[in-house]
Design a protein around this ligand. Structure first.
Ligand code: ADP
Length: 746
C-alpha cells in the first residue's frame, strides 16, 4: 500500500515523452572497432541489465499513459522493437488484438495485454450472435441487451417486429466511435446489407435532460477459469443535445441520440473537464460522480449488481471460445494474458442496465485531467494485480531452468491429468491470495458466490456444436468410459481365461487394458472373450478334455487386408509405432471374442482381434458344417453360464452389420475359420502329442504381421464421424480478421 501511495504521488498530466529506448545493444560502428572480448563484455552486461529490469515492449501502443505507468511507476525498461520480431521482452502492451500464434510462442514468464479471440465479444455482430444463442436457452436471464439482429441472415425474424418496434438503430458490424450509425424505421432498404440492427432504447435515463451512457472498465484476468475484475471508476459520457424520443424530425440528430465522445466533443455545447478535483461536471464525468447522483433516486447496489451480472454472463457466453484460443494450456496460473475491456452500458428510465457494446481496445487517451487520472490508475492497478514484476519473472525462469535440467537427466516430466489439475488449483489459490491483497481500485466480480455454471455449460455445448467437437468428444468419451469399465473386467476375465487354459505357462499374456481398448469400440454387442485354446476346447465335442494341441493358424491376414469394411481404425492406436505393434501382436497368445448382436439377435461374430480375423454367422441360417453349429450352440450356452458375467454390451450399427453380412470377404473369412475347425477335428482324431506351447508360439511368431497397423474401429465409426451429408462447420472466417480495430475511442 505504501508503495502504491508513493506511485500515486507522481503526477501524470496526460503527456509523456520517452527518451527512446535505452540501448544496450552493440552498434555496428562499435562492433567494428571492438575486440571480441569487448563485445562479449557488452553482451554479458546486456544480459545482466535485462535481469535487473523488466522489459516492457511498447512498440505497438500509442498511449502515453501506458508508457508513463510502465517506465515511471513500474521502472520497466521500454522496448520499441516490434514485439513480433523479438522475444526479448517480458511484458507487451499492444493496442491491437493478438493472434493465438503470438501467445503460443510466448515463454512462461511473458505477459501480454490481450486474449486471442476476444473479437467474439468485441465485434458487434459476434457479440449479438453469441448473446442471441444464450438468450434462446435463457430468455429472461439474457435480456440485458437490446434485441439484436444480424443482417442479412436475420431479416425474416426482424420483419416480424416491424410496426411493433418504433425505431431501430443500425450499426456497421465492426466499427466504432459512432461511425455509420443511424436510426430508422425502414428496414427493407437495408435488408441485404451486412449490418447489426438493434431495438432503439427510446426511453433512456436522463440527467439534466441529456442522454448518457457508462464506460466501465473490466479486467479479464484469466479465461480458464474466468477471473473478472471491475474497476470501480469509469466514465459517464453525455450527449450534447437535450434528448427527445426519436421522430422524423430528430432521428438524424446524432448529438441527441448518440453519446460517443468522438461525436459530441465537436459540438460547441460540449463542456470539457479541466480539473481532476472536479469530476462531476461537463459532458464527460467520472462514473462515481454519476453513481452518487443516481443514489439519490435509486438503489445503487441493486443497479451495480445487475451490471456485474451482465458482465459475467457476457463472458460466460464466450468462455469456451476464449479457452480454445488460449494456446498455453500448461500455464496453470492462467495468467499469461489479461485484457482491459470497455463495457458500454446504457440505463433506461426504469434503471435497468443494457449492454450496448464491448470494446477490447478502449482508448487510453488522457486528453483531460479526468481521463489522465482514471486511465493511469487503471493501467497501474492492472499491472499490480497481474503481478507483473521482476521477482515473479526470476522465479519462473528458475523453475524453467530446473525443469530443463531434469529433462537433461532424463527425469519424467510429463504430468498426469490429475497432477495438472492439482497444480492448477494450487496456482489459483496462490493467485487468489495475492490478488485479494493487491486489488487497488478493482473489485473481483467473478468467481463469486453465485453460480454461473449453467451458462458456462450451455456455452460449452454451443461451442461444441459449432465446431463439431461434440461429435468427436462423444466418440472419445464412449471409448474412454467403455475402456475404464472394461479394464477391470478384462483383468478378471483374463485371469479366468488363463486359469481354465493350458496357456498358464505362457508369460506373454494379453495386456488387459490394451485388449479392452479394442473391444470398447463395439456397442450393443454381447462379447465374451475366450482364450483360443480354452474356447476351442469348449467348442469341440469333449469340453472337459484337456487341450493338447492347436490347429495350424490359417493365413487369413492377407485376405482380411483387403476387407475394407473390416478394417479397424483407432485414434488411440494411430500414434503408436505400427511396426512395434505388429511385433507385439505376433507375440501375444491368440484370443477370441464371441460377439452376439443384442438388438437384432441375428448374427454371431467370432473375432480374433490380434490376428484381424472375424466371421459373422447369421444365427437363423442353418449351418451345414457341424463344427460351426457346435460353435454356436456352445457359445449360446456359455451366455447363460458363469462366463456371462464377463460379457459386455457394445453397439454396432445395423448398417454396418448388414454390410458385414453381405460382404464377400466375410464369407471368405468364414470359410477359412470353418476350415480351421475342420482341420482341428482331424488333428484331434490323429491325437498328435506335440507340445502345445511350442506350436502355438511358433505359429504366431511365424505369422506375417499385418501391414495395416491401424486397429480398433470398424468403419462404421468413421461413418459416424463423417457421414456423407455431414460437414464439420468451417472455422469462422473471423479468425483471420484480428486487426480490424484501427481506432480507439471513449
Ligand atoms: P460505437 O461502437 O460506434 O460507439 P455503439 O454501439 O457503442 O457503437 O453505439 C454508439 C452510441 O449509440 C451509444 O453510445 C449509445 O449512445 C447509442 N446507442 C447504441 N445502441 C443503442 C440502442 N440500442 N438504443 C439506444 N441508444 C443506442
Amino acid at each position: 500500500m505504501q508503495q502504491q501511495n508513493e506511485k500515486n504521488e507522481i503526477p501524470f498530466n496526460g503527456e509523456f515523452e520517452d527518451s527512446e529506448e535505452e540501448s544496450d545493444e552493440v552498434s555496428e560502428e562499435d562492433s567494428e572497432d571492438d575486440s571480441l572480448q569487448n563485445k562479449r563484455k557488452r553482451k554479458r552486461r546486456q544480459l545482466v541489465n535485462n535481469n535487473k529490469r523488466l522489459i516492457m515492449n511498447v512498440s505497438d501502443t500509442q498511449y502515453a499513459a501506458v508508457k508513463f505507468v510502465g517506465k515511471i511507476l513500474n521502472k520497466f525498461k521500454l522496448q520499441y522493437t516490434p514485439y513480433q520480431e523479438t522475444q526479448v521482452w517480458d511484458f507487451c502492451w499492444t493496442d491491437n488484438a493478438v493472434l493465438p500464434e503470438t501467445l503460443a510462442r510466448m515463454q512462461s514468464h511473458q505477459r501480454i495485454n490481450h486474449f486471442p479471440g476476444m473479437y467474439c465479444i468485441a465485434r458487434k455482430n459476434y457479440l449479438g450472435k453469441n448473446l442471441n444463442k444464450m438468450a434462446k436457452q435463457f430468455p429472461s436471464e439474457f435480456d440485458f441487451y437490446p434485441k439484436t439482429w444480424m443482417l442479412p441472415s436475420d431479416i425474416s425474424d426482424l420483419r416480424q417486429y416491424i410496426g411493433k418496434i418504433k425505431y431501430f438503430i443500425v450499426k456497421p458490424e465492426a466499427s466504432c466511435q459512432g461511425r455509420g450509425i443511424f436510426l430508422t424505421k425502414q428496414i427493407e432498404s437495408i435488408a441485404s446489407e451486412h449490418c447489426v440492427v438493434q431495438r432503439y432504447l427510446h426511453k433512456p435515463l436522463l440527467i439534466d435532460g441529456l442522454k448518457f451512457d457508462f464506460r466501465m472498465y473490466v479486467l479479464l484476468a484469466g479465461c480458464d477459469p474466468l477471473r473478472i475484475y471491475l474497476f470501480k471508476e469509469g466514465l459517464a459520457r453525455f450527449a450534447t443535445q437535450p434528448y427527445q424520443q426519436p421522430n422524423q424530425m430528430n432521428a438524424e440528430e446524432m448529438c441527441m441520440h448518440l453519446t460517443n465522445y468522438a461525436i459530441n466533443k465537436d459540438n460547441p455545447n460540449f463542456v470539457f473537464n479541466t480539473d481532476e478535483k472536479q469530476l462531476d461536471i461537463g459532458h464527460k464525468r467520472s462514473l462515481s460522480s454519476v453513481f452518487k447522483l443516481l443514489s439519490q433516486q435509486t438503489n445503487i447496489d441493486e443497479l451495480m449488481a445487475k451490471i456485474k451480472d451482465l458482465i459475467i454472463k457476457t463472458f460466460c457466453s464466450v468462455q469456451p471460445f476464449l479457452q480454445s484460443n488460449y494456446t498455453q494450456p500448461d500455464n496453470y496460473a492462467n495468467n499469461m494474458c489479461f485484457e482491459i475491456l470497455g463495457f458500454d452500458i446504457l440505463i433506461d428510465n426504469t434503471y435497468k442496465p443494457y449492454l450496448l457494446e464491448v470494446n477490447h481496445t478502449p482508448s487510453f487517451t488522457a486528453d483531460t485531467p479526468l481521463d489522465a487520472l482514471i486511465k493511469k490508475n487503471l493501467i497501474r492497478d492492472t499491472i499490480t494485480l497481474m503481478n507483473i514484476n521482476l521477482k515473479v519473472k526470476n522465479e519462473l525462469q528458475q523453475l524453467q531452468k530446473e525443469q530443463m535440467q531434469k529433462r537433461v537427466f532424463g527425469k519424467k516430466l510429463k504430468l498426469s491429468n490429475e497432477e495438472k489439475k492439482s497444480l492448477k488449483i494450487q496456482a489459483q489459490i496462490e493467485r487468489e491470495q495475492y490478488e485479494s491483497q493487491h486489488l487497488g481500485n478493482f473489485e473481483k466480480i467473478y468467481p463469486c458466490d453465485k453460480s454461473y455454471d449453467e451458462y458456462l455449460q450451455h456455452a460449452q455445448k454451443i461451442y461444441e456444436e459449432w465446431t463439431g467437437a461434440n461429435i468427436r468428444r462423444n466418440i472419445k468419451k464412449d471409448n474412454f468410459t467403455e475402456r475404464d469399465k472394461l479394464t477391470q473386467q478384462r483383468q478378471i476375465q483374463h485371469s479366468i481365461t488363463i486359469q481354465g487354459s493350458v496357456d498358464s505357462n505362457n508369460k506373454q499374456q494379453v495386456d488387459p487394458a490394451k485388449s479392452s481398448n479394442r473391444k470398447s469400440l463395439y456397442k450393443n454387442v454381447l462379447i465374451k472373450k475366450e482364450n483360443k485354446s480354452n474356447f476351442i476346447n469348449k467348442v469341440f465335442s469333449n469340453p472337459q478334455k484337456s487341450m493338447t494341441e492347436l490347429p495350424q493358424q490359417q493365413p487369413l491376414e492377407q485376405k482380411l487386408q483387403d476387407r475394407d469394411d473390416n478394417e479397424i481404425a483407432s485414434e488411440d492406436f494411430q500414434s503408436t509405432s505400427k511396426y512395434q505393434d505388429n511385433i507385439e501382436r505376433a507375440k501375444r497368445p491368440p484370443s477370441f471374442y464371441v460377439m452376439k448382436s443384442i438388438k437384432q439377435n441375428q448374427e454371431l461374430q467370432l473375432v480374433d482381434f490380434f490376428n484381424y480375423k472375424r466371421i459373422s454367422i447369421p444365427e437363423t441360417s442353418p449351418q451345414s458344417q457341424p463344427n460351426t453349429q457346435q460353435v454356436l450352440q456352445i457359445s449360446q450356452q456359455q451366455q447363460f453360464k458363469s462366463v456371462t458375467q464377463l460379457a459386455r454390451k457394445f453397439s454396432i450399427r445395423k448398417s454396418n452389420k448388414s454390410k458385414l453380412k453381405s460382404s464377400e470377404s466375410d464369407q471368405e473369412a468364414k470359410k477359412d475359420l470353418i476350415q480351421a475347425f475342420n482341420q482341428y477335428s482331424q488333428i484331434q482324431q490323429q491325437q498328435q502329442q506335440s507340445s502345445f506351447f511350442q506350436s502355438q508360439q511358433q505359429n504366431f511368431l511365424n505369422q506375417q504381421p499385418l501391414q495395416n497397423g491401424s486397429f480398433v474401429k470398424p468403419k462404421v465409426f468413421n461413418l459416424k464421424l463423417q457421414p456423407p451429408h455431414f460437414k464439420i462447420p468451417p472455422f469462422p472466417i473471423l479468425m483471420q480478421q484480428q486487426n480490424y480495430y484501427k481506432f480507439r475511442y471513449d
